[in-house]
Write a protein that binds this ligand. Structure first.
Ligand code: SF4
Ligand code: SF4
Length: 412
């Protein structure tokens, strides 16, 4: 008889075990139940009512970070990400989550809900509560602390300097990006302006739904995705650029909306119209998110983009596929696990050899910032676009002070 369960695709697994070494939780705990194969067996057994969905079994399954390293190696093409989302959706009410995690999910549904949360959590009493709630998480003291009110809705392109208006783009900022990483958003608007584009940051956008999708709230995720589809169509611009690889993986499911990763767009533009960047004084470290590698599958994009900077030296992790532990809201849900993985990840870089770590995902960046200064107190964590802007600004200053002012920019 045909298995009509939503978890029927667990039957595709041939239990070969090739995914085990790729799985960060298996690397950490070294037990079968914390591996993709072990989780699939547990999901199957629960689905077929061979075992009870007790707290212990649910915990092993829910420790999954959704990094999808297992999907990249699986010879049977088990759609693991879809299965874990379906499983969490069915069993979400039985899995207890911390109040901060629930609050973030609730606020993210409302337009600008996380901005409101950010401004509330700036208050001293709540700051203290967040700090208490984050003792083991390794989260920064206040993960949503920045005041997003400095963001404008429209940034006019520098086409009077560049000589040509090249078009208008809209930025999909993502809810966490808008509430806690607006410096990257401003840097992106600045760089796009320098390339001749007007930049819209439409107010009507909301959370992409990725956090809800991976937290067992598929219906809410679908509602947000539908809402965004309607809103994105109302954007007047030629193209919509997204920052977060996790948001991007969610948005590109909608084929009839013209969305693109902001790094891809900037790289294409820089290849056509190079800008002059200052040579870095030192090598930089590069951390690439699991959503960048395994969902968007953009492979060399970060390196290709950073190589627009002349003579750049990029140091990568000795274990590039290891998840940093952030995993959406997993750094709040399972703080000790997230912290242990982060230590492993940070140890895989030579962090005393650089003062800059580039990270392409705000979730990873927040998590990394919580511990990285113990490895190097002077290190900064920044988005690749912000690093480009820093080197561009520095070059402009060098030219103003007479360092070869007529030097031509080098092509990427
Ligand atoms: S998604 Fe990542 S954490 Fe989850 S089972 Fe697969 S490899 Fe392990
Ligand atoms: S690699 Fe695929 S088929 Fe093999 S155990 Fe892992 S999920 Fe199952």
């Amino acid at each position: 008889m045909k298995n009509t369960s939503k978890l029927a695709e667990t039957d595709l697994c041939v239990m070969c075990g090739m995914c085990l070494p790729m799985c960060p939780t298996y690397q950490l705990y070294q037990v079968e139940t914390e591996s993709p194969r072990g989780r699939i067996a547990l999901m199957q057994a629960i689905d077929q009512q061979l075992i009870n969905a007790d707290a212990k079994a649910l915990l092993h399954i829910d420790h999954c970070l959704g990094c999808l390293n297992c999907e990249t190696i699986c010879p049977s093409l088990v759609p693991y990400g879809k299965l874990i989302d379906e499983f969490r959706d069915q069993f979400n009410p039985s899995i207890n989550k911390p109040w901060l995690s629930k609050l973030i999910l609730k606020q993210a549904v409302k337009p600008d809900g996380l901005n409101a949360l950010a401004s509330i959590t700036n208050r001293p009493a709540l700051k203290q509560l967040i700090k208490l709630g984050s003792t083991f998480t390794g989260l920064p003291e206040n993960p949503l602390a920045n005041d997003p009110s400095h963001l404008k809705d429209f940034y006019r392109g520098a086409y009077s300097e560049q000589g040509q208006r090249r078009g208008e783009i809209s930025l999909f900022t993502g809810c966490i990006g808008k509430s806690s990483d607006y410096s990257t958003i401003k840097d992106t608007a600045f760089l796009l302006n320098q390339l001749g584009f007007d930049v819209n940051i439409p107010k009507q956008q909301s959370c992409c739904g990725a956090m809800h999708q991976h937290s067992g709230q598929l219906e809410t995720a679908q509602t947000l995705l539908n809402r965004n589809q309607v809103q994105l169509k109302q954007f007047s611009s030629d193209i919509i650029l997204f920052f977060s690889p996790a948001c991007g993986a969610s948005l590109i499911q909608r084929k009839n909306v013209n969305v693109m990763d902001v790094r891809t767009f900037i790289l294409n533009e820089l290849q056509n119209q190079p800008l002059a960047f200052s040579k870095p004084a030192q090598a930089i470290a590069l951390h690439e998110s699991c959503s960048h590698r395994n969902m968007l599958k953009l492979k060399t994009l970060n390196i290709d983009l950073l190589k627009c900077i002349p003579d750049i030296q990029i140091m990568q992790s000795s274990n590039p596929s290891l998840c940093c532990g952030a995993g959406g809201l997993q750094s709040i849900n399972y703080p000790q696990q997230a912290h242990a993985l982060l230590e492993k990840k940070l140890n895989s870089f030579e962090l005393t050899q650089t003062n800059i770590l580039i990270s392409d995902n705000i979730g990873c960046s927040l998590h990394i910032k919580s511990a990285i200064t113990r490895y190097n107190p002077n290190i900064e964590v920044m988005h690749p676009v912000s690093y480009l802007v820093r080197q561009l600004t520095q070059k402009t200053q060098e030219q103003q002070t007479g360092d070869n002012p007529n030097a031509l920019p080098e092509p990427c």
